[in-house]
Design a protein around this ligand. Structure first.
Ligand code: ZN
Length: 443
């Protein structure tokens, strides 16, 4: 397979030699050939170990195991994109899914009627302890297992590692040192919101303050922070959890997500009464957080007086340094086409930013080091909105998102996701096409 057909010289250069030099597909066929010499379960253990080892060295965030019909398919999500690593006729003498089910603490055989199965296990992989969270899903063709790889080393829990420029970083550091107020993060699933929240908590963590978090689920244990997990089943809801936390003498509170009026109201009120809160909310941009709070029924004065700011984020793939090629800026006609449906002032700013001389645009090519994708690793792009007098006035007037957004851009306090992405493309960190792909829902 071309995808795994890395030549050994290239591998040693990139320093990422996989656990089996020939890849999972080849190793699987070797295992199938050797069956009869070892019990099936031993082969399944070897196969699952090898898949997990590969997943960690290849920096996969998720492993999909689809044991469906006559086929066994394994896919890795690397840098946000799924890739086949094994797609072969299934060998029923190698019970791979049973092995994973046992590791996850499930019964070896999947339940006959639908039941939500979630489990986790820890394993030494690539020389470190890695947590794996397992979810099982019964499809009409058979069971599908998804394994989330929780690798602290990939997390990069320092604010400096998130990919923010110096100016935004300085603003964030100042903002999270406010004694009270609330700061929102928004972004789609897998946009790195949790990592940013953890990085902020870690940045301000000290023995002198009491930090409590409410999460669903608690993904990583952080030293010195009191983390609690929401459980709807036992009545420990976001709102109930928050009320309990407030009796625990907190200085800083992290609320994993605000999705209802009650949680929003308690959060914003406690931000007014001497607590610093960090939370996430589901919207597409930083300014639209305000509209979402309006929709929930939160009164404008409460938002205007408690909100410190908001950040929206996405992850873009970084261009592979080994095969990146220089590129000319896009043609003006293309840029005009791209901005034609935007707000005129914003469109002009985008156009100027793309075409301003001095850019070091790159285009992806593909080489063994990046598995021919042209990209290696990811970094964040950020839209940071700081609450100022002008924006506050708009909030009190119950203005629509467009107006708040325009005010925030005009008063110089908002650089949009697209603008931040273009700056990263100009610097040769990623490509313009990757930025446009990731921010497509924004324009
Ligand atoms: Zn490459």
């Amino acid at each position: 397979m071309a995808f795994w057909g890395t030549n050994p010289e290239e591998q040693s250069k990139s320093g990422q030699a996989p656990a089996h030099p020939g890849g999972i597909e080849e190793a699987y066929h070797e295992l199938v050939k050797s069956k009869g010499r070892a019990p099936g379960i031993d082969l399944a253990i070897r196969l699952s170990d090898m898949i997990l080892e590969h997943a960690v060295t290849e920096r996969a965030s998720d492993v999909h195991i689809e044991s469906q019909g006559a086929n066994l398919r394994v896919r890795f999500r690397v840098d946000g994109i799924l890739q086949d690593v094994l797609n072969s006729p299934k060998n029923s003498d190698i019970p791979l899914t049973q092995r994973i089910r046992v590791l996850a603490g499930f019964d070896p055989e999947p339940p006959t009627s639908f039941r939500n199965e979630e489990g986790r296990f820890q394993k030494m992989l690539a020389g470190r302890a890695i947590q794996i969270r397992v979810s099982s899903f019964p499809t009409v063709n058979g069971e599908k297992l998804v394994l989330r790889v929780l690798d602290r080393q990939q997390l990069g829990l320092d604010l400096e590692q998130l990919g923010m420029d110096q100016e935004s970083l300085a603003m964030i550091k100042k903002l999270i040192r406010n004694p009270y107020g609330i700061f929102f993060i928004t972004g789609s699933t897998g946009s790195g919101k949790t990592t940013s929240l953890y990085a902020m908590l870690k940045d301000i963590n000290s023995p002198m303050i009491n930090i409590i978090s409410l999460e669903d689920p608690v993904e990583y244990r952080l030293e010195g922070i009191n983390q609690a997990q929401i459980s709807a089943k036992t009545g420990f809801t976001w709102a109930e959890g928050l009320r309990t936390i407030l009796r625990q003498d907190p200085d800083v509170i992290m609320v994993g997500e605000i999705r209802d009026y009650e949680t929003a109201e308690i959060s914003l009120r406690s931000a007014l009464t001497g607590h610093l809160l960090f939370t996430t909310i589901h919207t597409i941009s930083a300014p639209s957080i305000i509209e979402r709070l309006f929709e929930m029924g939160v009164p404008p004065f409460l938002i205007a007086s408690s909100m410190l700011g908001a950040m929206s984020q996405r992850l873009v793939r970084k261009i592979c340094p080994q095969c990146a090629q220089k590129a000319a800026p896009p043609a003006e006609a293309m840029v005009n086409e791209f901005i034609k449906n935007m707000d005129p002032a914003e469109g002009k700013a985008i156009k100027d930013l793309i075409l301003k001389p001095g850019a070091e645009y790159k285009v992806e090519k593909g080489c063994p080091a990046c598995r021919n994708t042209g990209y290696l690793g990811r970094t964040g792009i950020f839209e940071l909105m700081i609450m100022n007098e002008e924006v506050r006035k708009q909030v009190l007037d119950h203005s629509p998102t467009d107006m708040i957004r325009r005010t925030a851009i005009q008063t110089g306090k908002l650089r949009t996701l697209l603008m931040d992405g273009i700056l990263k493309a100009r610097g040769g960190v990623t490509t313009l096409s990757e930025v446009i792909r990731v921010t497509a829902t924004m324009v």
